[in-house]
Design a protein around this ligand. Structure first.
Ligand code: NAG
Ligand code: NAG
Ligand code: NAG
Ligand code: NAG
Ligand code: NAG
Ligand code: NAG
Length: 434
C-alpha cells in the first residue's frame, strides 16, 4: 500500500505497512476551552498526496472541506489549510459547542480522527448568605456559600482569617441548562466572642479561573457580655502615695463608662478619688482608704464586675534619712553620706516591688532627699557665714560671751542658740543681708 504514495520514503522506513499507518493518517488533539474563549482545532497529516481534509462538528455537519467553508457560522474561521494541515478556530465558544469533532482524510477508505472539545463553565462570584448582624454569643450561625455556573462542579473551601476550616460538607446541583452546576456549602457553628471581627471567607477554585480563586468575605460581629479586670499601678501602696486602678473591660458593644464603687457604696472622698474614663486615681493614700474597690461594666447584653482589695501600708521609715544638723567641720561629709545611704536603701526597696510602682516613687523620694540635703547645706553655710561675720565684728564678744554657752553644744545651731545674745545676732544678720 505504501507504494501508492510517492511522498513516502522507503529508505527511512523499515517496512511499508508502517509507513502507511504513520504517514497517511490524520492526527488531532483534544481541546479544552473556557466558555467564551476561542478553540483551535488542528488536524495534521505527515504524508499526503493532495488528498482532501475535512472538519465536522458533533452533529456531523461539515465545517470546512479543505479551505472551503461549509457551515454558515461567523464564529468558525480557517486558520491554516495546506496539504498536511487543516486548522480552524471557533471563537466565543458556548457550552453547547462541546462534543466530539471529527477530522477526515478522504483516502480509500476514509480515515478519521476525533477531537473532543471540552467547554469549561466559569463559576459565578460566590455569595455568602444566612448572616445576620449582630449575632449574640452562643447563638447558632449558619453561613451558606453558593456559586452557580461551574462545569465541572467547582470546589468550595471555607477560611476563618485565612485559616482553613476543614471537612465542611458541600452540595452539588445541576443548573437548569443541565450542563453546569451550582455548588453550595454551609458552615454551621456557635458564635463565640473570639469570632468577633473575624473574616470568614468562602473560596471557589476552578480550572477555568487560571488559579485566581473567586472569594466572598464576611466579617462577623458577635455581641457578648462584658468581662472585666482591674490593673493596679502599685503592688505595695503606701500612705501618702497615689495609686491608679485601671478597669480593663471588654465586651461588644464596648461597655462604657465603667462604674467604680468602694465597699458597696459611692467613692467616699471625691476630692482624692478621681475617676477618669476607666481609671480610678486615689491620691495621698491614707489607711482609711483600705477596702474593696469594685469596677462594674455594663453593656446592652449584660454586666460583669470585679473587685480589688486595697491595703494601704505604713510608710517605710528606713527610706527617710533621720538627719541631725551636723557639726560645722563635718557638715559636708555627713550630708554626702546621708544621701548615699538613703539612695542605696530605696534602690534595694524598689527592686523587690512591682516595676510599675518605681516611676511613681522615684520622683517624690529623690525630691525629698534633695530637699533635705539642700536644707542641711543651706543651714550649714548660713552658720559659717553668720559665725564668720560675728567673729570679725565682735571678736571680743565672741571670745568672752558667746563661747561660754557654746562650749558644750553638740553642733553649730545649738551653739548659736546657746550663746548669749543670739537673738540680737540673728536680727543683725537679717538686716545685714537685706
Ligand atoms: C489559535 O490559533 C491562532 C492562529 O494560529 C492563534 O493566534 C491563537 O493563539 C490560537 N489559540 C489558541 C487557544 O491556541
Ligand atoms: C498537489 O496539488 C498541487 C496543485 O493542485 C500540485 O502543484 C502539487 O504538486 C500536488 N502535490 C502533491 C504532493 O501531489
Ligand atoms: C479525548 O477526549 C475523549 C473524551 O473525553 C477521551 O475519551 C479520549 O481519551 C481523549 N483523548 C486524548 C488523546 O486525550
Ligand atoms: C465576667 O467576666 C469573667 C472574666 O472577666 C468571665 O469569666 C465571666 O464569664 C463573666 N461573667 C459573665 C456573666 O459574663
Ligand atoms: C488620714 O485620714 C484621717 C481622717 O480623715 C486624718 O486624720 C489623717 O491625718 C490622714 N492621714 C494622712 C497621713 O493623711
Ligand atoms: C489598713 O491595712 C493595713 C495593713 O493591713 C493595716 O495595718 C491598717 O490597720 C488598715 N487600716 C484600716 C483603717 O483598716
Amino acid at each position: 500500500t505504501c507504494l501508492n504514495y510517492f511522498s513516502c520514503s522507503f529508505s527511512n522506513v523499515p517496512d511499508g505497512f508502517h509507513c502507511s499507518s504513520q504517514g497517511q493518517f490524520p492526527l488531532t488533539q483534544n481541546v479544552t476551552v473556557v466558555e467564551g474563549g476561542t478553540a483551535n482545532l488542528t488536524c495534521r497529516v505527515d504524508q499526503n498526496d493532495n488528498t482532501s481534509l475535512q472538519w465536522s462538528n458533533p452533529a456531523q455537519q461539515t465545517l470546512y472541506f479543505d479551505d472551503k467553508k461549509a457551515l454558515r457560522d461567523n464564529r468558525i474561521e480557517l486558520v491554516r489549510a495546506s496539504w498536511h494541515e487543516l486548522s480552524i478556530s471557533v471563537s466565543d465558544v458556548s457550552l453547547s459547542d462541546e462534543g466530539q469533532y471529527t477530522c477526515s482524510l478522504f483516502t480509500m477508505p476514509v480515515k478519521t480522527s476525533k477531537a473532543f472539545l471540552t467547554v469549561l463553565g466559569v463559576p459565578e462570584k460566590p455569595q455568602i448568605s444566612g448572616f445576620t448582624s449582630p449575632v449574640m454569643e452562643g447563638e447558632r450561625m449558619q453561613l451558606t456559600c453558593k456559586t452557580s455556573g461551574s462545569k465541572p462542579a467547582a470546589d468550595i473551601r471555607w477560611f476563618k482569617n485565612d485559616k482553613e476550616i476543614k471537612d465542611v460538607k458541600y452540595l452539588k446541583e445541576e443548573d437548569a441548562n443541565r450542563r453546569t452546576f451550582t455548588v453550595s456549602s454551609t458552615l454551621d457553628f456557635r458564635a463565640d466572642r473570639s469570632d468577633d471581627g473575624v473574616v470568614v471567607s468562602c473560596r471557589v477554585d476552578h480550572e477555568s479561573l487560571n488559579s485566581t480563586p473567586q472569594i466572598a468575605r464576611q466579617v462577623l460581629e458577635i455581641h457578648y457580655t462584658p468581662s472585666v479586670k482591674i490593673i493596679s499601678s502599685s503592688s505595695w501602696p503606701e500612705e501618702g502615695q497615689s495609686i491608679v486602678l485601671t478597669c480593663e473591660s471588654k465586651g461588644k458593644p464596648l461597655p462604657e463608662p465603667v462604674l467604680w464603687t468602694k465597699d458597696g457604696g459611692e467613692l467616699p472622698d471625691p476630692e482624692r478619688m478621681v475617676v477618669n474614663g476607666r481609671d480610678l486615681r486615689i491620691s495621698f493614700l491614707n489607711k482609711t482608704d483600705n477596702g474593696t474597690y469594685r469596677c462594674e461594666a455594663t453593656n446592652p447584653i449584660g454586666q460583669n464586675s470585679t473587685e480589688y482589695v486595697l491595703i494601704v501600708h505604713d510608710v517605710s521609715n528606713t527610706l527617710l534619712p533621720t538627719t541631725v544638723i551636723p557639726s560645722l567641720t563635718t557638715a559636708t561629709v555627713t550630708t554626702t553620706v546621708a544621701l548615699t545611704t538613703s539612695t542605696a536603701t530605696s534602690a534595694t526597696a524598689f527592686s523587690t516591688r512591682d516595676p510599675n510602682a518605681l516611676a511613681g516613687q522615684t520622683g517624690p523620694d529623690h525630691a525629698l532627699i534633695g530637699g533635705i540635703v539642700a536644707v542641711v547645706v543651706f543651714v550649714t553655710l548660713c552658720s559659717i557665714i553668720l559665725l564668720g561675720r560675728y567673729l570679725a565684728r565682735h571678736k571680743g564678744t565672741y571670745l568672752t560671751n558667746e563661747a561660754k554657752g557654746a562650749e558644750d553644744a553638740p553642733d553649730a545651731d545649738t551653739a548659736i542658740i546657746n550663746a548669749e545674745g543670739s537673738q540680737v545676732n540673728a536680727e543683725e544678720k537679717k538686716e545685714y543681708f537685706i
